[in-house]
Design a protein around this ligand. Structure first.
Ligand SMILES: [Zn+2]
Length: 430
């Protein structure tokens, strides 16, 4: 593969953007070709963390991307995981997706790619291999994709642990991010996603013989019990904020007062302020038993995808559909997180759910509507063309005020990201 790289970033290392391979639109030029590409991609299983299969799948995706974009890619390897990046010299738009699926190796043996009644099914077909095919098809149809970057990661289904810095860095280089995760079953785009936090609350007490001298012990399990219900009460159903005590453990033997107990807590919310409210409340917990101590680990993992960041792009997508003579897609709130949460949290305009139309993500039997593919491809390509059009350049502006606002929030609550936010606004100011 040309320009295989394992360097730290797509930005700091030089890259050659001169055309190397002529664009090969024919790979994606007809409904039959689209179905063929989809069959090929689903056949190459890409289970989480399975380096051999992921590399095989990456090879195919890399060939397609390089053929369509006519420029070299970078294979950005993190902990052995090959993420694929086609940076752009004058990068305006980042198309974002992932080629890993939730399905273990061998799933394909009893659930192969198949088409029936206009629906294609197979492991990962909806989430999000059809989205990748559509993304490349849209790029192949563009007269000039030179200002569009593509990033396809392979650890999204396991939390994007190794790809997150790369995603954030490439979003910062771009005026907007288009995420080709699936839309809703009726084809709506995703303009909001919940953010989430994970915590581990640890209670420390003192061990003692539960039969002989229990009064000398400090019971860590009892200490935690005081907090399970109070933590649960931080939820706000009306606002859609859930606070769920999940894994609970304590003690060592049946006849010992527990000196240690732990509780994990899962938090989901539509707004940043709700995540911050719950975070502050959890950090404010005080021990209830004399001599007990509490520790809180963890914190906010992903901030929400805020509609404020996505709506201008969603409206542009609707106008694009109208201009193409298509029914404008609706907009939906999606509870589940995606990598779009990361880019939106940085203040970079982000629109999600531009991928395939279908249902059953992460469920056996997930499928896509093949007949919807050409329309989604036309919508995506049309949207990109409008975004690149100078007349629509408000969507590609830095929105400096907003990014500074987000930056100040990040500095307070996520120090590790502050340098990125600073780099973003510095780049935009120039
Ligand atoms: Zn996905």
């Amino acid at each position: 593969m040309p320009f295989a790289a394992t360097g730290a970033s797509g930005e700091s290392e030089p890259f050659d953007t001169s055309p190397e391979t002529p664009p090969e639109a024919s790979l994606f030029s007809s409904p039959a070709a689209l179905a063929d590409r989809l069959a090929e991609l689903v056949a190459l299983e890409s289970p989480p963390g399975a380096l051999g299969p992921l590399n095989h799948c990456a090879d195919l995706v890399a060939d397609w991307g390089t053929a369509v974009l006519g420029r070299p890619f970078r294979r950005v390897v993190r902990d052995g995981l090959p993420h694929l990046l086609w940076p752009a010299a004058d990068q305006r738009i980042l198309m974002l997706g992932h080629y890993d699926t939730v399905w273990p190796k061998g799933t394909i043996d009893d659930w192969p790619f198949a088409v029936a009644d206009g629906r294609a099914t197979g492991p990962g077909v909806l989430d999000m291999k059809a989205g990748i095919v559509q993304m490349f098809a849209a790029l192949a149809s563009l007269p000039d994709p030179s200002r569009v970057a593509v990033l396809l990661t392979c650890d999204e289904e396991t939390g994007s642990v190794t790809s997150r810095p790369l995603i954030e860095e490439q979003a910062m280089r771009s005026g907007a991010v288009l995420v080709c995760e699936p839309g809703t079953p009726d084809g709506r785009l995703k303009i909001a996603r919940k953010g989430g936090s994970v915590y581990r609350l640890t209670a420390r007490g003192r061990a003692a013989h539960a039969g002989v001298e229990p009064h000398l012990g400090i019971n860590a399990t009892v200490e935690l019990a005081h907090h399970v219900l109070s933590v649960r009460s931080l939820a706000d159903e009306e606002r859609g904020t859930s606070v769920t005590p999940t894994v609970l453990s304590g003690g060592t033997t049946t006849n010992t007062v527990p000196e240690l107990a732990t509780l994990t807590i899962d938090v989901r919310a539509w707004t940043r302020s709700e995540l911050v409210r719950v975070d502050a409340a959890l950090r404010g917990l005080v021990p209830q038993l004399d001599g007990a101590a509490l520790e809180l680990g963890g914190g906010v993992n992903r901030y929400p995808l805020d509609p404020e960041v996505s709506l201008p792009l969603a409206e542009l997508a609707q106008r694009t559909a109208k201009a193409l003579g298509m029914e404008p897609p609706g907009a939906a709130y999606a509870p589940g997180a995606s990598d779009g949460n990361f880019t939106a949290a940085l203040g970079v305009p982000t629109l999600d759910g531009l991928g395939a139309v279908g249902a059953g993500a992460h469920a056996r039997g997930e499928y896509i509507e093949l007949a919807a593919m050409p329309g989604r491809i036309a919508l995506l390509a049309g949207l990109v063309e409008r975004m690149l059009d100078t007349a629509q350049s408000q969507f590609m502006q830095p929105q400096l005020v907003r990014s500074q606002l987000v930056q100040s929030q990040l500095v307070q609550s996520h120090p590790a990201q502050s340098h990125l936010a600073a780099a973003h606004s510095a780049g935009r100011a120039g």
